[in-house]
Design a protein around this ligand. Sequence first.
Ligand code: TYM
Length: 343
Amino acid sequence: MTSIPPMPENRIFSGIQPTGNLHLGNYLGAIRNWVTLQDNFESIYCVVDLHAITVPQDPKALRQSTREVAASLLAAGISPERSILFNQSCVPQHSQLAWVFNCIARLGWLNRMTQFKEKAGKNRENATVGLYSYPTLMAADILAYRATHVPVGEDQKQHLELTRDIAQSFNMAFDVPFFPLPEPQIFGSATRVMSLRDGNSKMSKSDASDNSRINLTDDADLIAQKIRKAKTDPDALPSEAAGLAGRGEAQNLVGIYAALADSDVDAVLSEFGGRGFGDFKPALADLAVSRLAPMGARMRALLANPGDIDAILADGAARAEAIAAPIIDQVNDIVGFLGAGNR
Ligand code: TYM
């Protein structure tokens, strides 16, 4: 067997689906951390169009959505020079490694995945095989680069645990310390941003009500209106975090404020404790507009030149493939495939 290249020390990989508008949860739970991390880590960020087709997509809309998500990431501050930004389907090593991982992962492991249960709903027999094996492709995304760190929101934690199980199982099956066990990076005061209409369900692209989320494309008026309409309770805000227990909506809005202000929940409550939502909501709306509206404007400007976005993605894909190709060659060799390099 050819010698194994050294394990990278600090390599980040993360992904985002191009299925509709990005929202505040994506931004606070993931994207803004990606922006910060790109200064200290080798960073690879991917628009996961292969994952998107695990549920039916209109081809034209998927292409447009892929561009829009890339534009949002650029508008949020991802630098195509300091990071690698590309769309998943352009780097074939993701699918290649996913197949190998399909032959490592166990049915029992996939049966435990809560995201599959949520997305498949009651009619599980009708879900695609792709939706079921979604997490093995996600493991392949990360491990095709032997990434060591994965910045994500809280909801992806279980998929990361599975990625570690797959990595460990591969290493044990072939008795080589080939894959790292990647660490999830879940930080900030908004690792799980909840719906504005229901403090018990996650802010999500798939929620039928647009008022449940703030989209990164919403203009200032719409952002302010959605915050005004956000569900709350009649009580004043407490002065300490413990007082938010059992008040899902209040907790969510305070968490969002803290994240947008680069502060923490205690500091926000020491300012707003004892005051009602009539005071708090306008302050939150001003803060959200000042942080988000310029990003939406930058995104719209970028989308005026779609060719530029496509060129950034193509360049990113070439750079990503240059990293992944030798790693997958090694995997093929380890697994025992007869091919170029070992004939
Ligand atoms: P996706 O597209 O659903 O979400 C992208 C990122 O946004 C985070 N996020 C949230 N964070 C806080 N509160 C919320 N309400 C919220 N909603 C979404 C997600 O945690 C995620 O970090 N399976 C992934 C995409 C993926 C991936 C990967 C991620 C594919 N391959 C490899 C990391 C590494 C997903 O569906 O994310």
